[in-house]
Design a protein around this ligand. Structure first.
Ligand code: NI
Length: 227
């Protein structure tokens, strides 16, 4: 999900050093950090975005940690709340997201969510009959937004790149973000979930903030919600 593009407030994690200019010897030359370029983000129309991504046989494999690092660096550079591996051309079931304090919608009751990588995530609606309409954006569909109905509460099971099994309930915007990213693993982009194409718009023609989430769509907080 693109969301409102915010600064993650985190310096580029991986840097390379290069010797300074001048006559200093390589041993004494000052070093400066140069951010490595993020992986390019595939855009709407690329076939990888429409493919079902493959399950990860070993979530703890070093290649998966490196992939999560690439996802992290990419989000750092472009801003955004979540990204899925197919968006950088890797058709594996891995996603990464975070919900910083400044991105919590007004009516949401959960706490900010720190960076969280999900490998082989599985989701199911907890209250399947309740669908809330919310505005979504996507890094793979820059400049556009649209209203998408989704279940408001979901159960999420996944594995972390450290091999930890996760099983938690997500609600509201948190649930929406995860569903958007899991959709990427199944080759589904948010316009394919829209039920009212009249809500599809360019951000500079109709700001996405003109939408308001109805109060009835705000789920009740549950004590102990993992958020
Ligand atoms: Ni997206």
């Amino acid at each position: 999900m693109g969301g409102v593009h915010i600064s993650i407030g985190r310096a580029a994690r991986r840097t390379v050093t290069s010797p300074g200019m001048g006559n200093a010897s390589p041993c004494t030359a000052p070093k400066r950090s140069v951010p490595l370029p993020a992986r390019p983000i595939l855009k709407l129309g690329h076939p990888t975005l429409l493919a079902r991504a493959a399950a990860v046989p070993n979530p703890r494999a070093p290649e998966i940690a490196a992939l999560v690092g690439d996802l992290h660096d990419t989000l750092d550079l472009v801003g955004g709340n979540g990204i899925a591996a197919p968006q950088i051309g890797v058709s594996l079931r891995v996603l990464l997201y975070a919900i910083p304090l400044g991105r919590l919608p007004e009516c949401e009751s959960f706490r900010p969510v720190p960076w969280r990588a999900l490998v082989n995530p599985e989701i199911e609606p907890v209250t399947g009959e309740i669908h809330a309409v919310g505005v979504e954006r996507c890094l793979s569909i820059p400049g556009l937004h649209g209203a998408v109905p989704r279940p408001t509460v979901i159960r999420v099971r996944a594995t972390t790149p450290q091999g930890e099994a996760l099983d938690f309930v997500a609600r509201g915007y948190h649930a929406r973000l995860i569903q958007h990213e899991v959709d990427h693993l199944d080759g589904i982009l948010f316009p394919m979930r829209m039920t009212d194409m009249a809500t599809l718009a360019f951000n500079d023609q109709r700001p996405p903030e003109t939408f308001r989430i109805p109060s009835w769509a705000c789920p009740e907080p549950i004590a102990g919600d993992a958020a």
